[in-house]
Design a protein around this ligand. Structure first.
Ligand SMILES: Nc1ncnc2c1ncn2[C@@H]1O[C@H](COP(=O)(O)OP(=O)(O)OP(=O)(O)O)[C@@H](O)[C@H]1O
Ligand SMILES: [Mg+2]
Length: 246
């Protein structure tokens, strides 16, 4: 049975996609079978992994036009599978508004994939919409990346409130501090405030702000390959181990 982990925060640019790709990669390096689902209309994760637009994609899966297996691409270079997203996901989701329980489409779609993977990681957009709801209703676990600044913390709280209001059952919710600057006072305060104020677990692993992480998207070179012993790679290795429960 796959563990389904959603990476979400209602704030943009906090490192959600970066966490998804690198967590998927380092879990794969630990020998786990991983599927990354890109549930973001921008398709940043898919683009970063060098996947070109193709006719069968997650939009068609949510519309129940194709079987989910058809939309899965393998990324031999990175070693994990991806269900990519391309432009068109927005209009697909608009077509779902009038169906019954549209927020459960993803959950149903991935039920049949559970035996094929150890982890299903889901990347989400920063707006509270039907896409993020689909992700949350599919989730066993939620990791909320919190960029080391106060607005990201506020959006994390808003997301937690929405989950509570809608009574969405998620077994485990954790915060992950990202883009941490060891020399930054704000970073140190956020890390402490997150631990003190959020009523959820804060992961011990902390993702540093690192140029090499910002570059991997463009160069399509995984950090595991170009700089396996960098602080950033060590942080993501530690995160993968923490998630696995080592
Ligand atoms: N730890 C990091 N250190 C430095 N740069 C980072 C780090 N994580 C992400 N970035 C860069 O910051 C930007 C935002 O990151 P990312 O796209 O992962 O955020 P996001 O939360 O997915 O954004 P969106 O809400 O738009 O989907 C990107 O340019 C990315 O390369
Ligand atoms: Mg993103």
């Amino acid at each position: 049975m796959a563990r389904k982990i959603v990476i979400a925060n209602l704030k943009g640019g906090v490192g959600k996609t970066n966490v998804c790709i690198n967590l998927a990669m380092f879990l794969t390096a630990l020998g786990k079978r991983v599927l990354l689902i890109d549930l973001s209309p921008q398709g940043d994760a898919s683009f970063s992994l060098g996947i070109n637009a193709s006719p069968n994609f997650i939009g068609d899966v949510l519309l129940q036009k194709i079987r989910p297996q058809v939309a899965i691409k393998s990324t031999s270079y990175f070693g994990f599978d991806v269900m990519p997203s391309f432009s068109g996901l927005d209009s697909a989701i608009n077509n779902l508004r009038n169906v019954k329980r549209p927020e459960l489409r993803l959950k149903k779609a991935i039920e049949n994939l559970e035996e094929d993977y150890d982890f299903i990681i889901i990347d989400t957009p920063p707006e509270f919409d039907l896409l993020i709801l689909n992700a949350l209703y599919s989730a066993d676990e939620l990791i909320i990346p919190i960029q080391a600044e106060y607005l990201a913390m506020r959006s994390a709280k808003q997301l937690l409130d929405l989950i509570q209001k809608r009574n969405i059952k998620i077994k485990k919710i954790s915060a992950l501090i990202t883009m941490y600057g060891w020399r930054s006072k704000i970073s140190r305060n956020i890390s402490k405030t997150a631990r003190d104020d959020l009523s959820i677990n804060v992961l011990n692993s902390i993702i540093p702000r690192a140029t090499i992480l910002a570059q991997t998207g463009e160069s399509k070179e995984p950090i595991l390959k170009v700089s396996p012993n960098s602080r950033a790679a060590r942080a993501y290795r530690q995160l993968a181990e923490e998630v696995v429960g080592k």
